[in-house]
Write a protein that binds this ligand. Structure first.
Ligand SMILES: [Zn+2]
Length: 264
């Protein structure tokens, strides 16, 4: 399968999909991570083109560590993305160019405007990827991809509904290694936002251990139930999971097919 994860920022795909992406890649599927914005605003001491280069390098290293096929950082302005036609068309071309079977993105009720508009842009592209007259320079897809949302914790207007959940315990270290590649995000920017810069260890292995502990999140009851539907009694022992919600746009696989698409 051809899998395309479209996040707003250069670390979003890793955070919500890194473990499952490593599993997809390990099973021989082609996974691409796409960041719509250039990551130029997410830092407290430096901004602009220099930071964009850092973010592109970090994204490449993360992709290498996950073993995925491709990673790309587009040029939309970080913190200022608008759901404009040019970005919709860019996303239509990206989905077609990757010949995507599955596309993942944010829900459009997320806290961050860049996440919201990325979700909106992907939803806007969901039908149009099949329409020949739209972006006629790139052939339309003859089969609509399955569109899937990444997990979030926002409750309004509707809470995230996990349609499928993946046990990522066996690839947790790989996911952490990919997040570790985004040093300017996970060791600098995000700790600064949270007022926790003093807590980040300087040493490589200690930093990765801190990252692993810091990003180990409790599994919601809804996700635990989705795990139980796939893994039975073993679901209780899962420590790390990623969950996904089927979008109402795009191809609508049965629950059984959705479970076949996602790795166990
Ligand atoms: Zn983000």
């Amino acid at each position: 399968m051809q899998i395309l994860c479209i996040g707003a920022h250069p670390d979003d795909c890793e955070i919500e999909f890194g473990g499952t992406a490593a599993k997809f890649a390990g099973a021989g599927h082609s996974v691409k991570f796409l960041s719509v914005t250039n990551g130029a605003a997410g830092h407290h001491t430096h901004f602009g083109p220099g930071l964009v280069e850092v973010r592109r390098k970090e994204a490449r290293l993360a992709a290498e560590r996950l073993g995925i096929a491709a990673s790309e950082v587009l040029g939309a302005p970080d913190g200022a993305l608008q759901p404009e036609l040019r970005w919709r068309e860019e996303i239509i071309r990206q989905i077609r160019d990757w010949d995507a079977d599955v596309v993942l993105t944010h829900r459009s009720c997320d806290y961050h405007p860049d996440h919201r508009y990325t979700g909106q842009l992907v939803q806007d592209a969901a039908y149009l990827v099949q329409v020949p007259a739209i972006c006629p320079d790139e052939p339309p897809l003859r089969r609509n991809p399955v569109f899937v949302y990444l997990e979030d914790h926002f409750q309004l207007p509707n809470p995230f509904q996990p349609d499928v959940a993946v046990n990522i315990d066996d690839v947790w270290c790989t996911k952490i290694a990919a997040m570790d590649a985004h040093a300017s995000q996970f060791y600098e920017w995000l700790p600064w936002v949270d007022g926790q810069e003093q807590e980040v260890p300087g040493d490589g292995e200690a930093r990765r251990q801190w990252l692993s502990a810091h990003w180990t999140k409790s599994i919601s009851s809804a996700v635990r139930a989705a795990l139980a539907a796939r893994y039975g009694a073993g679901a209780d022992r899962v420590v790390h999971a990623e969950a996904f919600q089927l979008c109402e746009y795009g191809r609508q696989p049965s629950r059984a097919e959705l479970n076949e698409i996602f790795p166990v």
